[in-house]
Design a protein around this ligand. Structure first.
Ligand SMILES: Nc1nc2c(c(=O)[nH]1)N[C@H]1C(S)=C(S)[C@@H](COP(=O)(O)O)O[C@H]1N2
Ligand SMILES: [Mo]
Length: 189
């Protein structure tokens, strides 16, 4: 199947590790996940409460802007839509800035985050994520380039407008659709 590989991507069978900075040390006893910004009810979930939410397993292809794609990844976690619904986003909320440990951020349109196969994922291939792949929790958006899938995610901030995150501030695309090859911002000077 050739229409499975987005333009100018190459298939890999390993799982490369890519991130800026170092792998954070995370303590589940003090860890939490927050939903903030344009919501009726700010949400803070500790690890046990998060893991008690309904779990979803998806099998997806992932695509990195550096050119590799990896097929048939089985991720398990909680639908982002379910966690956002707990916070009741205000009608003005249209974008999300995801915040990770150590200050990494990435921006995502709200409509991209509430798709049914977009997860806050804790497992891959039936095993907990390894620290370098985002343990204990990462975003997982298979339909956008994988830099949007923030590892070590700690909060989702709902915003009225699109605010550039870490790589987006360096010129990467505000949306990042691999099928449209949205690698770089064309408004970036
Ligand atoms: N917190 C954090 N998440 C991040 C990054 C990062 O630098 N920091 N890099 C992104 C990039 S550029 C990619 S391609 C994917 C890589 O995920 P992987 O290392 O699990 O393959 O993580 C994304 N998530
Ligand atoms: Mo990346």
């Amino acid at each position: 199947m050739t229409d499975r590989l987005p333009p100018h991507q190459r298939l890999v069978t390993n799982w490369p590790v890519l991130h800026y900075g170092s792998v954070p040390r995370v303590d589940l006893a003090t860890w939490n996940l927050r939903v903030t910004g344009l919501v009726d009810q700010e949400v803070t979930l500790d690890w046990e409460t998060f893991m008690a939410l309904p779990q979803t397993r998806v099998e997806v292809d992932i695509h990195c802007v550096t050119g590799w794609s990896r097929y048939n990844n089985v991720f398990e976690g909680v639908r982002v839509a379910d966690v956002l619904a707990m916070a009741r986003p205000k009608p003005e909320a249209r974008y999300v800035l995801a915040h990770s440990e150590q200050g990494f951020t990435t921006n995502i349109p709200l409509l991209d985050l509430i798709r049914p196969n977009v997860l806050l994922a804790h497992s891959h291939g039936g095993e907990p994520l390894t620290p370098e792949h985002g343990w204990p929790l990462r975003l997982m958006l298979p339909h956008l380039y994988f830099w949007k899938s923030a590892k070590w995610v700690r909060s989702l901030e709902l915003l009225p407008e699109d605010v550039a995150g870490f790589w987006e501030n360096a010129g990467y695309h505000m949306r990042g659709d691999p099928w449209r090859e949205e690698r770089f911002r064309d408004d970036f000077l």
